[in-house]
Design a protein. Structure first.
Length: 371
């Protein structure tokens, strides 16, 4: 029993050190750059409401930029945007690729000659005023080829939503290095020459996931993919618990259909944690429980410091709801994470944005509109 407890102690200690490593590398000096020629690419649905909060936050950015809004067809709210420099691009309906990818490729083809820096954002984020300037800083200083933030979910008070938020919190606060970073399409940037070097329009053709495709292409080209650790970008998680679980499963289905090897590594890590908790609860006794809960509470305290340092107070209050699960029942978070990974691997059908997509090796092979 002593050797098993020792392994459990090492495993739990490693999880604490991983979160502490993230906190240690959150920069205190958050330098920004404001070069000319910045284009922000935003893909929206045709029934988009205009994102008043998002537009207010974009207007407050510390960097001047040109906004390119890509829609499928007629989007009344996009057409009525009162923004300093906005271009609307109508991409039409995709027939052999994801609708978001289809819109993104249309936006790339609409770039002007003086668009030198490309910033990609999602419509459901609550970005800080430093977002664009922080993303551009490593590019302007030639410290990276692709720069990315990451999603920090803000769940409402419903238990299942906060549970999904707890699972995502595990991913958001993982240690990140240039050799293992996968960009997130909700807050990502690169230079125009880098997009041309990657042949981004060609690389994205026929794909469903924009960020997975760009990330894998960057790895293949041995590019410098840099995370900006203070850009954990707030993203509300609302709706039913079933919707939240579907969202989580979809994320892992993107992973396994684009990079099965990455899914296997992630599943192995979570499986080891899950089996460890099973042993601790069933056979480990009070000592194993004490180790598990001690590590969980340490992670909670460190994550509270991370959250408080990177997002606004009201956003932090919502994000902290997810930490309750890791404090009260960390084994539930781990087992839920593993279940989501396994369910994600059971099908190649991805339901997203009003369409069902069937994906093979990252390529869309079939599309059906949901009625």
């Amino acid at each position: 029993m002593s050797w098993a407890l020792g392994l459990w102690l090492v495993l739990q200690g490693a999880t604490v050190l991983g979160v502490a490593h993230y906190l240690r590398h959150v920069p205190a000096d958050r330098q920004e750059e404001a070069p000319d020629g910045v284009a922000v690419l935003l893909c929206v649905k045709d029934d988009w409401d205009g994102g008043p909060d998002l537009m207010k936050r974009l207007a407050a950015q510390n960097v001047p930029f040109r906004l390119i809004v890509a829609t499928s067809g007629a989007c009344p709210a996009a057409e009525k945007l009162d923004f300093r420099d906005v271009q609307i691009v109508r991409a039409g309906v995709a027939h052999d690729e994801g609708q978001k990818v289809h819109k993104l490729r249309a936006a790339l083809r609409a770039l002007k000659p003086d668009d030198r820096y490309l910033v990609f954002i999602d419509a459901d984020i609550e970005p800080p005023a430093r977002l664009i300037g922080r993303l551009l800083f490593p590019l302007v200083r030639d410290k990276a080829d692709i720069v990315t933030g990451y999603r920090l979910l803000l769940p409402d008070a419903r238990p299942l939503l906060t549970l999904v938020g707890a699972v995502e919190m595990q991913l958001a606060t993982l240690p990140r290095a240039a050799s293992s970073t996968m960009p997130w399409g909700g807050a990502m940037a690169m230079t125009r020459p880098m997009a041309e070097q990657l042949e981004l329009d060609r690389v994205l053709a026929g794909r469903l996931s924009d960020d997975m495709t760009i990330g894998l292409a960057g790895w293949h080209e041995k590019l410098r993919l840099r995370p900006v650790r203070d850009l954990l970008v707030a993203s509300p998680l609302e709706g039913s618990g079933r919707t939240a679980l579907s969202f989580a499963i979809r994320q892992y289905r993107h992973v396994i259909t684009s990079s099965p090897g990455m899914w296997r590594i992630a599943a192995l890590v979570v499986s080891v944690q899950s089996l460890g908790w099973l042993w601790a609860l069933g056979w480990g006794g009070w000592s194993a429980m004490g180790v598990g809960y001690g590590a969980a509470w340490c992670r909670v305290m460190i994550r509270m410091r991370i959250i408080a340092s990177v997002i606004e107070p009201d956003q932090a209050r919502k994000a902290r709801r997810s930490l309750i699960w890791d404090a009260v029942a960390p084994f539930i978070v781990t087992w839920t994470h593993l279940t989501i990974q396994v369910v994600g691997a059971l099908s190649r059908r991805i339901r997203w944005g009003g369409y069902d997509y069937w994906v093979k090796q990252g390529k869309v092979v079939r599309i059906e509109k949901i009625h």
